[in-house]
Design a binder for this molecule. Structure first.
Ligand SMILES: *Cc1c(COP(=O)(O)O)cnc(C)c1O
Ligand code: SF4
Length: 274
């Protein structure tokens, strides 16, 4: 963040604003139907073959647009009871080939706690991939320490880590080093971002983000249209503006640096491209 700049795109992501208190029709607590997708304690299953674990409610930042900002974390974390309920569900459902650690931020857990989970997951024969959704390598790159990379290297599956960065300024030299350590450990690095008014809703910001991600060995994956969660309406970008931005990105960047513009619609079997 640039000191003294109230319009700084990193500051705006975390600064509480009075606009959050204005009720806007359509912006609700459970914007993407998480609660009805719950299959066990801390486990969400919406899509074929994939189960998402709410590993923890803790997070290193509190993004003001977070779609889980009203999620009942205290009751719904997979780590409680030594992961027992969550692991039992994953073991019982032979259709699950990929486990996604999410939250909150799963890397806010101690590495020993993560190892406790993956030791149990390693005994489930139908699991083929592990994915980790985390913002920690971006906001606290020191988290990618030797203990974490040793844990990743010991895992028996191919690993994808999906980072969350919305602006090129988030990706400084420390973040780049953390990404290099992950890549050296054989991890596939992707990024998801959210299209946010005044943060990254212009073609220059999005193109710079893609370029900077690739310089850090990260491929852009999703660009999310904002989930309509209560208190986040001031971040919304109109669909026609979002589509126009992606068209401009396609005109400027190689195809692999253009993220897929998607929206999550409760009840649909996949993220929905715009
Ligand atoms: C977004 C999401 C996923 C992952 O979807 P992909 O399209 O595979 O990235 C999985 N489970 C839940 C509950 C999700 O919300
Ligand atoms: S990092 Fe992710 S889980 Fe944490 S507050 Fe931001 S959007 Fe929410």
């Amino acid at each position: 963040m640039r000191a003294g700049d109230p319009a700084d795109p990193l500051l705006l992501q975390v600064l509480p604003q009075a606009a959050e208190l204005v009720a806007v029709p359509g912006f609700v607590d459970d914007a993407v139907g998480d609660l009805s997708a719950r299959s066990a304690h801390g486990v969400l299953q919406k899509y074929a073959g994939r189960a998402l674990l709410i590993a923890t409610g803790s997070c290193a930042v509190n993004c003001r647009y977070c779609f889980r900002r009203h999620f009942p974390y205290a009751e719904e974390t997979a780590a409680s009871n030594g992961w027992r309920e969550a692991v039992a569900q994953l073991r019982a459902d032979g259709s699950i080939s990929e486990v996604i650690l999410s939250g909150g931020d799963p890397l806010s857990l101690a590495t020993a706690k993560l190892r406790e989970l993956t030791t149990q997951l390693a005994t489930i024969p139908h699991l083929r991939r592990l994915r980790i959704h985390t913002r920690l390598p971006v906001v606290l790159p020191e988290r990618v320490d030797d203990e974490l990379t040793a844990w990743l290297r010991d895992l028996p599956w191919p690993i994808a880590i999906v980072l969350h960065a919305n602006h090129a300024n988030e990706l400084d030299a420390c973040v780049s080093d953390a990404c290099a350590r992950l890549v050296a450990g054989g991890v596939t690095l992707l990024n998801q971002s959210v299209l946010l008014a005044r943060v990254n809703d212009n073609a220059d910001a999005l193109a710079d983000l893609s370029e900077r991600l690739f310089a850090c060995r990260v491929l852009p994956y999703y660009l999310h249209q904002l989930d309509q969660v209560r208190g986040a309406a001031h971040f919304a970008v109109r669909d026609e503006d979002a589509l126009a931005l992606v068209t401009r990105l396609r005109q400027r960047l190689p195809g692999y640096l253009v993220p897929r513009l998607v929206r999550e619609i409760a009840g649909v079997a996949h993220k929905v491209p715009l």
